[in-house]
Unconditional design. Sequence first.
Length: 405
Amino acid sequence: MDFAVPEPLQAVIDAINDFLDAEVIPLEKEFLGKTFTEMLPVINGLRAKVKERGWWAPNQPKELGGMGLSLTEHGLVSEALGRTPLGHYLFGCQAPDAGNAEILHMFGSEEQKAQWLKPLVNGDIRSCFAMTEPSMPGSNPIMLASTAVKDGADYVINGHKWYTTSAEGAAFAVCMAVTHPDAPPHLRASMIIVPADTPGYRIVRNIPVMGHAGDDYFSHAEVRFEDCRVPQSNLLGGEGFGFAIAQERLGPGRIHHCMRWLGICKRSFDLMCQRANERVVDMDGGVLASKQIIQTWVAESAAEIQAARLMTLQAAWKIDNVGAKAARDEIALIKFVVANTMQRVIDRALQVHGGLGMTDDTILAFFFRQERAARIYDGADEVHKVSFGKRKLRHYAGVAAAGKK
Ligand SMILES: Cc1cc2nc3c(=O)[nH]c(=O)nc-3n(C[C@H](O)[C@H](O)[C@H](O)COP(=O)(O)OP(=O)(O)OC[C@H]3O[C@@H](n4cnc5c(N)ncnc54)[C@H](O)[C@@H]3O)c2cc1C
């Protein structure tokens, strides 16, 4: 396995980093003080520049208008974009649209691709993914209360969802609902495309998360489907395959998340080291960087980031070369390793900034409150640990039973 970044890709990453430093990071103070909607004119202007430079949708195939990068290559770009909260949106590879585009590409009919995938990848519309329900454990997504019942040529959907990220302003939702209640647990639910203007689909509210309800793309909604009727042709993939499609979304999606989190680590680490070198804390002019405790945090953070990064790149390499199924263990491990590494690094960086770290004068407080969720979404850490541990122990039990070492 060779982690050397090919020279042409490195040149693109360097240019993207320069663009982010010059045109995006200076906007962060304004972004923290305004709503997303207020920022949209500026954001759309920057999106146009990204397109002009040929950097749009790095994760999408060229024939769809993207850069056509492999998972590992996109991971490296995603790491650069993760340095600023606007990065992925500006480059057209933001969640949940990236995941929805992937499943539309893999499982959508030609009509669905023409109607939804093309404008989605082009950035003309947005989407959301409505799976989690307030009354059911999101950690066990085979437990769903939402139903889609056939009536004539339609499905009639009833359900209550929340944490439907970016629902406000989305043109359609991919809704996960039970179509086959009597089937085995993993074959009960289907994915159905629900256009946002369908009667019976409504956003109840944007949920306040860590004190911020957000708006437009930067929000998480509670939504209801009330006798919401869509044609059966809006089914995505086969009936009862909702869970299988959700699994397909997971492998590449995990790499996108983890590399974005590593970008946040990099930015936080940079800020920590800069502040430690600048902040005078002794009468004789000594700076924070002269304190051993700070030196230790720097060393620990660097080691943890390096370990998490190599684990993630190895998982991406394995998915690219032998497929997501064979990389199941790696995909499970990076989830909680990278999420927790990020949290520790942000926390140390914030601590080094003292009172300044708690303000919105740096990006650290935003990272701190926004990224706590990383240990919860995309499968809570504990679920990944338990399922990995169970699998490993079963393997060892099998080895013992067979009398092998
Ligand atoms: C910021 C954010 C964005 C999100 N975006 C979306 C979205 O766009 N679309 C969508 O559908 N959902 C989304 N979600 C929902 C997310 O997927 C769920 O919150 C997650 O799956 C956990 O489900 P839950 O909240 O119901 O927690 P629960 O299932 O109630 O679990 C609570 C806690 O119990 C523990 N736990 C649960 N099961 C086990 C187990 N088997 N073993 C040990 N411990 C366990 C874990 O610590 C877990 O955190 C988002 C969530 C957040 C926070």
